[in-house]
Structure formats: structure tokens, C-alpha cells
Design a protein around this ligand. Structure first.
Ligand SMILES: NC(=O)c1ccc[n+]([C@@H]2O[C@H](COP(=O)([O-])OP(=O)(O)OC[C@H]3O[C@@H](n4cnc5c(N)ncnc54)[C@H](OP(=O)(O)O)[C@@H]3O)[C@@H](O)[C@H]2O)c1
Length: 315
């Protein structure tokens, strides 16, 4: 059993853990949970590669982190997950900085945006949240294998409950777009990716975990309108939604990346700093069985390879 819960913070879960000599790579490190995850891992001694798409925003985050953790080792890599060519260039930058990665936190995400398309024409939420990270992880796999035992942490969400992924039309080419359904599908994909990644690389020491961080007021809500807050709140007053602080929100990511409790395990979905139980009708917590289905996870893997136009790293 984990000793932590939904109020545990990043500093609680990292206490007593020394990450000297370790390398972490974190996407979406220019905002919200990514910055706090970077601060925590750096504060425990890790060298951290901050990855984001907006160079000036990333530089501002870096300045704040250098002030928060004086003397820590930070590198930067700029890449746009919504453009596979940019992911390839960014991955090359990261690999030029380090040949070994201990923790890859696939944290970046976009939520409930209008129907938009990535550079290669994928629907924006599926393309950014899943496909961009799928390719990035593949390209960084040689370094993750060099760092083994290493971990890949994929930020999912309780929103995976909104919908299983539609493998026949993941890019909304033949059906009406619904921004929340699409977000839910992309977050289901994040769990399925973790499941299949564990199947393929767990025995080689690269373990994979999916995380629901909780509900945290970050820039993730930039596309939300008042009606969206009411939708999420249901019968609750939107003002009474059970928000976590950013340090409590990032705690499950840090726990996934570093906890000795999780050593040698993977293909799991974590929430509130513990391994989630089956949802079993629970509308807010737990993991839906479809997101852990191995056959479904393998189908997504094969489809993702087809969509990105190259096989996942397999040497
Ligand atoms: N906050 C919550 O309540 C909550 C709940 C469940 C799950 N999550 C998940 O937690 C993760 C972190 O979210 P957050 O709350 O920290 O949100 P955030 O503050 O909006 O941070 C998201 C990060 O992702 C980056 N990003 C977005 N699109 C990108 C792209 N195309 N290429 C590269 N980077 C991109 C953003 O960069 P820009 O600033 O340049 O856009 C930003 O750095 C997400 O995966 C989210 O789905 C959050």
C-alpha cells in the first residue's frame, strides 16, 4: 500500500529520495504540473531536460526554476508535439544532450480545444496528447534503454472515463467532433500506450505508468467556457469543485517517476499517489477496464505506427 493520498504533495513523495546522477526529461515543462514536476526532480538532484514548444515561455520557466533550485542542472529542448517533424528535431536535440534517460514524463497536453488539426492533419488532442508522445518516446527509447531501469510516465486523466478511443476514426474524419469526447479518447490512449509500452519494454527494464493528477487549476483550462465548468461540476457548484494545489497535483507524477514502491512494475494507472482500483461504476475515480485491455492497447500501437509512418523503436 502507498503511504500517500490525495493531499500528498511533491515534497512529501520525494522525501528521502536522492536522484543524483539521474536524468529526467519532461514535456510541457513551461507551465502547470510540468514546472512543478521539474522543480521537484531537480531539487532531489536529477539533471532535468525541460521540453516545451514555446521557446520564450520555456526560458521564463527555466529562470523561475533556476531561482527555485540554485545550482541544479537544466537543459532545454523546443518541440511541438503537434508536428512530427518538430518532434524529430527536438528528440535529436535531447539525444545530443544525453545518451541516457532515467525518467521520461510525457506531461504536455491540450484539453477541449475546438476542432483543430496538427501539421500532419491529425485531430489536435489525439495528435498532441498521444501521437506526438508516441513518436517522442520511440525516438528516446535508446536512451531509456541505456538508463534502464527507467520509467516512462504518461499523463492521462480521469477524463479517460468520457470515452474509449474510437480506433476506426481517431481523427474525427467521419464523425461529428465533440471536444470532451475527443479529450477523453486521447486520455484513454495515454493509458493504452502505457499498457503496451510495458508489454514491449518492461522486461528490458523500461517501465511505463499512466497518471491521473487530480483536478488542478492550470492553463489547461484555457479553452474552457462557463458551460464547461458546469458540465464538469454536475450537481456541484463549480466554485466547490475539489481542486488540488499544483504541488498536490504533480505529486502522482513524481511518485510514478521515483517511488521505490513501484520498482519493476508498470502498465498501471495511478491516481492520488496510489495504484487505482477498477472503476466498477465509480464515475469519478478508478480505471475503466477498456483502458487496460491488452488487445485494444496493441491495436492502438499498430495504428499509431501506421499514422506516424514509422515503426516504434525495437532494437
Ligand atoms: N490540470 C488538471 O486538472 C489535469 C487533470 C487531468 C489531467 N491533466 C493532464 O496533466 C498534464 C499537464 O497539464 P497541466 O494542467 O499542467 O496543463 P498546462 O498548464 O496547460 O500545461 C500543459 C503543457 O503542455 C504544453 N503543450 C500543449 N500543447 C503542446 C504541443 N503541441 N507541443 C508541446 N507542448 C504542448 C503546454 O505548452 P504551452 O503553454 O506552450 O501551450 C504546457 O507546457 C496534461 O497532459 C493534462 O491532460 C491535468
Amino acid at each position: 500500500m502507498s503511504q500517500f493520498n490525495n493531499t500528498s504533495t511533491t515534497d512529501d513523495v520525494i522525501a528521502g529520495i536522492d536522484l543524483s546522477g539521474k536524468r529526467a526529461v519532461i514535456t510541457g515543462a513551461s507551465s502547470g504540473l510540468g514546472v512543478e514536476t521539474a522543480r521537484t526532480l531537480a531539487n532531489a538532484g536529477a539533471a532535468v531536460t525541460l521540453v516545451a514548444r514555446d521557446e520564450s515561455k520555456l526560458a521564463t520557466a527555466l529562470a523561475g526554476l533556476q531561482e527555485a533550485v540554485p545550482g541544479a542542472s537544466f537543459d532545454m529542448a523546443v518541440l511541438d508535439l503537434a508536428d512530427l517533424d518538430s518532434v524529430r528535431r527536438g528528440a535529436a536535440t535531447i539525444l545530443a544532450q544525453t545518451g541516457s534517460i532515467d525518467m521520461l514524463v510525457n506531461n504536455a497536453g491540450v484539453m477541449a480545444c475546438p476542432l483543430l488539426r496538427t501539421a500532419q492533419g491529425f485531430e489536435m488532442q489525439f495528435g498532441t496528447n498521444h501521437l506526438g508522445h508516441f513518436l517522442l518516446t520511440s525516438l528516446l527509447m535508446p536512451a531509456l534503454l541505456a538508463g534502464a531501469p527507467s520509467r516512462v510516465v504518461n499523463l492521462s486523466s480521469a477524463a479517460h472515463k468520457f470515452a474509449p478511443l474510437n480506433l476506426d476514426d481517431p481523427n474525427y474524419l467521419e464523425r461529428d467532433y465533440h471536444k470532451w469526447q475527443s479529450y477523453g479518447e486521447s486520455k484513454t490512449a495515454n493509458v493504452l500506450f502505457s499498457v503496451e509500452l510495458e508489454q514491449r519494454f518492461g522486461t528490458r527494464g523500461v517501465h511505463s505508468l499512466a497518471v491521473h493528477p487530480g483536478m488542478i487549476a492550470t492553463e489547461l483550462g484555457r479553452h474552457m467556457e462557463p458551460a464547461d465548468f458546469e458540465l464538469i461540476a454536475g450537481d456541484t457548484d463549480p466554485a466547490d469543485l475539489p481542486y488540488k494545489t499544483v504541488p498536490a497535483g504533480a505529486a502522482t507524477s513524481v511518485w510514478a517517476a521515483t517511488s521505490p514502491h513501484l520498482e519493476g512494475t508498470g502498465g498501471l494507472y495511478l491516481e492520488d499517489c496510489h495504484i487505482a482500483e477498477a472503476a466498477a461504476g465509480n464515475s469519478t475515480g478508478g480505471i475503466e477496464s477498456y483502458a487496460l485491455d491488452r488487445q485494444y492497447a496493441e491495436q492502438l500501437w499498430l495504428l499509431s505506427e501506421e499514422l506516424i509512418g514509422e515503426p516504434f523503436y525495437s532494437h
